[in-house]
Design a protein around this ligand. Sequence first.
Ligand code: SAM
Ligand code: SF4
Length: 361
Amino acid sequence: MRNESLNPHLSDALPDELAGFRPTTTPETSRHAEGTLIDKYGRHITYIRLSITDRCDFRCTYCMAEDMEFLPREQVLSLEECLRIVRTFVGMGVTKVRITGGEPLVRRNALWLMEQIAVLEGMKELVITTNGSQLDRYAVPLMNAGVKRINISLDTLKPERFKAITRIGDLDKVLRGIEATRTAGFTRTKLNTVMMRSINDDEFIDLVRYATERDLNISFIEEMPLGDVGRGRGNTYFSSAEALKLLAGSFELQPTAESTGGPARYWRVQGSDSRVGFISPHSHNFCDTCNRVRITAQGELYPCLGQNDAMSLMPLLRENTTDEPLREAIVRSMGIKPKEHNFTEQLDAPKVVRFMSMTGG
Ligand code: SAM
Ligand code: SF4
């Protein structure tokens, strides 16, 4: 039994030898999970984010450099390797998986992987994050594959601005994709908007209106210093607190304790079913309730988005036919999950050298 006095406020770390994996003592009451992954600060890890490609059909200015070099194919996990990783985590108590990238829907046969993950014993929530460019044709197949919810990035409703931010993207296609998810029957779809001063801050109100008119949720994200994107980020930084103040001038916002298990804090927009969330890595540290780890398309397990510690899973997959070494590495990774990400408002130098498209959002 976990000692509940080890509360998740992280004042005390567990001794290293206690971080890892707790087998369930009463398997008959836990039909799925064989146990629970617990890090050394007592946080239960039940959620993985898996990047299935570092490639993308956009080049968003906050995410990628203009001349990105992508990984050679042999250095990217095969879809079968992705499935081995997910199956192993789910066997250790993980119940939620987010497929991300890069742009996950540009990976060939991504749907096959999602179908396999959705039916794993113990899986509760398969979700994806996408830029929306392929959703007009994939919304129905994603629903059929067992995907429960979709997050779609949308930073602007102006076509020219959209092209400038994404360097390539076609806004119309993304808007058609959003409509396609609604027609396909997806609910609780969430828009993700990265806040950038003097770039899209004049549209936050319009974006919330767009969301409420379609029963969508929307999260505003503080830009994070991930990767050298060829420009400083300090001048365009826009905080959640300022955005909340701005939106409160146009909408009646009621704080809610609701959570989707992620780092966002939510406000309900009165008169609609929509929620406005704020992901505030700089101004509001959410690490004490962190329940996730990330796996890159290269098979690197990152216990924290904002730190450089990682464990390489690919050789364990390629050199072993059994999954036991992988399982052992996952248990060891619980010992290197840091207490917090340490992002500060010093944004001009990248805090972490990896681009967001490498680690997956
Ligand atoms: N391509 C998909 C998309 O854009 O939704 C999935 C991957 S993308 C890396 C995931 C999320 O990360 C997106 O919502 C994107 O806006 C966000 N993101 C990328 N770079 C970021 C940064 N430097 N700071 C904050 N959010 C970022
Ligand atoms: Fe591609 Fe998403 Fe990064 Fe934009 S944020 S470049 S869509 S991975």
